[in-house]
Design a protein around this ligand. Structure first.
Ligand code: 5GP
Length: 117
């Protein structure tokens, strides 16, 4: 697998070199709004530690990211009065990944409303 690139955009956000709309943070994860949301409240949850994707992180450390996604999902349900939540994670280009710092998408959903393209 390709090595982690510390110049990826999410690494820059984590270092404070690039802005984001932060919605949650703890010792292990940062969560911020997606710049091209597929629905209102579309949030990305990522580990603070360098990890390219799910293939590049221990199960234990991934559990911290999953716990962060759980926190965001519960908060988004209330904040956006959502009927449901979509959680996605893409690993490697073949898996649909575009930014190569691990992240989970948490997307509030409403009945009958399709995701934006
Ligand atoms: P993925 O790697 O999961 O396929 O997609 C990367 C996601 O990151 C996309 O949903 C895209 O809109 C989002 N994204 C890319 N660049 C930025 C950025 O600079 N800031 C924020 N907040 N989101 C970004």
């Amino acid at each position: 697998m390709t090595a982690y690139d510390p110049d990826n955009i999410f690494a820059k956000i984590l270092r404070g070199e690039f802005p984001c709309y932060k919605v949650y943070e703890n010792d292990h994860v940062l969560a911020f709004l997606d710049i091209m949301p597929r629905a209102p409240g579309h949030t990305l949850v990522l580990p603070k530690a360098a990890a390219r994707n799910i293939l590049d992180i221990s199960a234990e450390d991934f559990a911290d990211v999953a716990r962060g996604a759980h926190t965001i999902a519960r908060a988004a349900k209330t904040a956006f009065d959502a009927d449901g939540i979509t959680v996605q994670q893409f690993s490697e280009a073949a898996g649909g990944q575009v930014v190569f710092h691990l992240h989970m998408h948490v997307i509030p959903r409403h009945d009958g409303v399709a995701l934006l393209p």
